[in-house]
Design a protein around this ligand. Structure first.
Ligand code: FES
Ligand code: FES
Length: 168
């Protein structure tokens, strides 16, 4: 067993893990954060995407020890509350960017990672960013629309907070 420390969804986590433990198994099995899905277990589908230091990463493709000391973010931490979804989650609902929802956590996390770098991506940039995320239900049109809508919602929210900051 090896000592393992990360920051997970804003909380410091310390554990003892086997060197063969995959990051996704630590997240789902040990931390019980089952919003991160496993579709293929072979780095093909993107359902297991989380953010590591803000960058999307397929958590089935790395050992947990490979992210030692890093900041890991899963879908569970996005919504501010049950009544206040993250703009990307809200956009996927508004644009019907999901059907069965199996791929959705990975799509959402990949989108959050994209918009952090590129707040107004075009269709080609969205296709490239979501290239590693597969959906068997939607046909992708609504997912691309959801990413555009998420960009719009995030711009609106940041405009509102700037206005509130100026008024304070
Ligand atoms: Fe990780 Fe499919 S479960 S890429
Ligand atoms: Fe079913 Fe994407 S919504 S796999």
């Amino acid at each position: 067993m090896n000592p393992f420390r990360i920051q997970l969804n804003g909380e410091p986590i310390s554990a003892e893990i086997a060197p063969t433990t995959l990051l996704v198994d630590f997240i789902r099995g040990e931390q019980r954060l089952t919003g991160t899905h496993v579709g293929c277990d072979t780095a093909q589908c993107g359902a297991c995407t989380v953010l590591v230091d803000g960058e999307p990463l397929k958590s089935c493709s790395v050992l947990a020890l490979q992210v030692q000391g890093r900041v890991v973010t899963t879908i569970e931490s996005l919504a501010a509350s049950e009544n206040e979804l993250h703009p990307v989650q809200q956009a996927f609902i508004e644009c019907h960017g999901l059907q069965c929802g199996f791929c959705t956590p990975g799509m959402v996390m990949a989108t959050v990672g994209l918009l952090a770098h590129n707040p107004d991506p075009d269709d080609a940039e969205i296709a490239e960013a979501l290239d590693g995320n597969l959906c068997r239900c939607t046909g992708y049109v609504n997912i691309v629309a959801a990413v555009h809508r998420a960009a719009q919602l995030m711009a609106e929210r940041s405009g509102q907070s700037e206005t509130q900051g100026a008024q304070a």
